[in-house]
Design a protein around this ligand. Structure first.
Ligand code: PSV
Ligand code: MN
Ligand code: MN
Length: 388
């Protein structure tokens, strides 16, 4: 993009989806640390998401996880969101927390368990209908721990069957995103371990099925931007679960471990024109704020995504293309790095102020008294699903 005005206009289209569970207490299997003021129900999680959007102007949707966010009336919950300027984002299915799922959910050897799991996926589409969500997000903890435990091939057949049923249930304007993860909780085979497996299933399902990349779900050293570029070319990338990791599925704040990786991912998105809202890429945060205050951490994460998107937009593409064509390796790399090293926080602050949002959302949050208010009003905050 050539001018500052073009970058600003493009940035207005980059929106980040926050996750309901990130506002709740979380931890590891060793300990869940509770924090003051944490939401007691899904309504209060939406209240917190609304605060993040009011301050940043960049987080207009919030993802739900069912049954973590189970309520009697989903229409009412969606209205509660709308009244505060928010929409319900992806509906995340949860087929990993019941005792029945010890050997898997949709890939379980017992057809009765598979039926129960598939019914939950269908129920999640009902939640989409009731809330106006257009995205069903599926991650399966399915897999095996020991060689010989189950048939790898039969499990793929069972997966395919359940996915088809969920896919057929999707209505007009609704889509399914299939998330992959290398390992955990299964340690020998995982039924959707990588983007290739997810891609193959999505391809077979049809145009309403796309891959979602959780940035924490790869083997160390995996080149995620390559996966991004490839899937975008095929029209099969639906979105991201953004977070960062040092070791495995750490779920730390996006950009904390490797901001350069986030920049490289954003560059591929911008290069493909997929930062535009019409491309339908969902930039979701899937993070756990175990030891840091949650709302400020989420605000910071939203700003980090914007910051790296902004830097990616300022790559001098004509100079880069010329250098690439000339085979000028050093020049090409320097042009790329120049954009990565440019600090665009002032531009983003200016843009926010122009749009009537906070130039300094974090400062404004600390001054707003919201943290003190919720700490006083909310006693016995909810725990996200982890570590229960
Ligand atoms: C699994 O590790 C995962 O990334 C999936 O997206 C789950 O739904 C999510 O974590 C919950 O945080
Ligand atoms: Mn995820
Ligand atoms: Mn994960």
């Amino acid at each position: 993009m050539d001018t500052e005005a073009e970058v600003k206009a493009a940035l207005l289209g980059v929106k980040v989806e926050t996750a309901s569970w990130a506002y709740a207490n979380s931890g590891t299997r060793f300990k869940v640390f509770t924090q003051p003021g944490v939401p007691r129900d899904p309504y209060e999680k939406i209240d917190d998401a609304a605060v993040v959007h009011r301050l940043t102007g960049a987080a207009p949707t919030v993802a739900l996880h069912i049954p973590w966010d189970k309520v009697d009336d989903y229409g009412q919950l969606a209205k509660h969101a709308r009244d505060q300027g928010l929409q319900i984002g992806a509906i995340n299915a949860n087929v990993f927390q019941d005792d029945d799922y010890k050997l898997g959910s949709v890939c379980h050897p017992d057809p009765a368990v598979r039926r129960k799991a598939t019914d939950h996926l269908l129920e999640c589409v009902d939640v989409m209908d009731a809330t106006g969500s257009d995205t069903l997000k599926l991650w399966f903890a399915d897999g095996t721990n020991y060689p010989g435990q189950d048939s790898i091939r039969a499990r793929q057949d069972r997966l395919s069957e359940a996915l088809s049923e969920a896919y057929e249930r999707l209505g007009e304007g609704q889509r399914l995103l299939l998330e992959y993860k290398l390992f955990e909780p299964s340690f020998y085979t995982t039924d959707v371990p990588d983007w290739g497996t997810s891609y193959a299933h999505c391809l077979r399902l049809g145009p309403k099925a796309q891959v979602v990349i959780d940035t924490g779900h790869h083997a160390p050293g995996t080149n995620i931007e390559f996966i991004v570029a490839f899937l975008l070319r095929e029209g099969k990338l639906g979105g991201f679960d953004l977070n960062s990791r040092f070791y495995a599925d750490d779920d730390l704040m996006v950009g904390a471990a490797d901001p350069f990786q986030l920049f490289r991912i954003m560059y591929e998105i911008v290069a493909a024109g997929a930062h535009r809202p019409e491309a339908g890429l969902a930039f979701m945060l899937d993070q756990c704020h175990n030891i840091e205050p949650k709302i400020p951490a989420i605000i910071r994460s939203v700003l980090t995504v914007q910051e790296m998107a902004a830097r990616a937009m300022t790559v001098d593409t004509s100079a880069l293309t010329a250098a690439q064509r000339n085979g000028d390796v050093l020049d090409a790399n320097e042009i790329f790095m120049d954009a990565f090293y440019s600090d665009l926080r002032p531009l983003l602050a200016e843009l926010r102020a122009e749009q009537g949002f906070e130039a300094d959302p974090l400062g404004a949050y600390y001054q707003s008294g919201y943290a003190e208010k919720i700490a006083e009003q909310r006693v016995g905050g909810q725990q996200a699903g982890w570590g229960a």
